[in-house]
Design a binder for this molecule. Structure first.
Ligand code: NAD
Length: 256
């Protein structure tokens, strides 16, 4: 149902971004994959998606910690009907030990890049007469956890920016929403396990059960396919009046 639309998914050579790109392609959209890595396997992923779903798929490298590069990604794609701001990093440390450079990097990649991509994409959406902005926030865009100061600040920030984007486009056939996942077992989450093990003096299984899924009443990780399906829904006609809000895919986390 998304035939003829072009979706740009930032940070999409792994995890949730890749899952969303795959589901948008399955729904017929041409997709642009992105990361800063520019490896052969990144380009191969785009080819694999093109072959699997009979859509156009390209990989465009851009380091989203750089605002000009973020705008450059949208310009290089040349068209953007669906913008999924997904690139994100994490660092876990108490505030008084939090490295300033990590704070800056998290705010730049998880929050500021979405300002730059959205600014570059909105004129293209207006020209095409249709658009969807989908920001991948987090349950941490609505709640907090200790040791995740930069991440929680960035994710609350992107929820606020989503609302502003929705208000500025409210009279146009463009919507802006944030998806708030709970825990999804992706490389980003995998990378937090050693630090969290150390912080709480727990082994891997305990961290998964007692720390990560402790907040997730379903006691199950959400999947990248489910996040992709949620993005496809937000692109559907049924979602045309859904704007400026958040959709939690968190196994009940934010109901607690
Ligand atoms: P991931 O590490 O698998 O993917 C992160 C993506 O961002 C990768 O494609 C990576 O290449 C890209 N990226 C990182 N730095 C970049 C940069 N400077 N420039 C361009 N791309 C860059 O992680 P994920 O779990 O799939 O996370 C994706 C998004 O979902 C993030 O915004 C994350 O905060 C959010 N999220 C994840 C979870 C979870 O449990 N995994 C939960 C809530 C929200």
């Amino acid at each position: 149902q998304l035939k003829g639309k072009t979706a740009i998914v930032t940070g999409s050579n792994s995890g949730i971004g890749l899952g969303i790109a795959r589901e948008l392609a399955r729904a017929g959209a041409d997709v642009v994959l992105n990361s800063f890595t520019d490896r052969d396997e990144d380009h191969a992923l785009a080819q694999e998606i093109a072959d699997a779903h009979g859509v156009g798929a390209r990989y465009i490298a851009a380091d989203l910690s750089d605002g000009d590069a973020a705008r450059g990604l949208i310009e290089a794609a040349g068209r953007c009907d669906i913008l999924v701001n997904n690139a994100g990093i994490q660092h876990v440390a108490p505030i008084d030990e939090f490295p300033a450079a990590k704070w800056e990097a998290i705010i730049a990649i998880n929050l500021t890049s979405a300002f730059h991509t959205t600014a570059a994409a909105l004129p293209m959406m207006r020209k095409a007469g249709w658009g969807r902005v989908i920001n991948i926030a987090s349950a941490h865009g609505l709640t907090a956890s200790p040791y995740k100061g930069a991440y929680v600040a960035a994710k609350h920030g992107i929820v606020g920016f989503t609302k502003v984007t929705a208000l500025e486009t409210a009279r146009e056939p463009i919507t802006a929403n944030a998806i708030c996942p709970g825990y999804v077992l992706t490389p980003l989450v995998e990378a937090q396990i050693p630090d969290t093990m150390q912080k709480y003096g727990m082994d891997r299984e305990e961290v998964i059960e007692k720390v990560m899924l402790e907040r997730q009443p379903s006691k199950e990780f959400a999947t990248t396919e489910q996040l992709g399906g949620t993005a496809v829904f937000l692109c559907s006609d049924a979602a045309a009046q859904i704007t400026g809000t958040t959709i939690s895919v968190d196994g009940g986390w934010t109901a607690l």
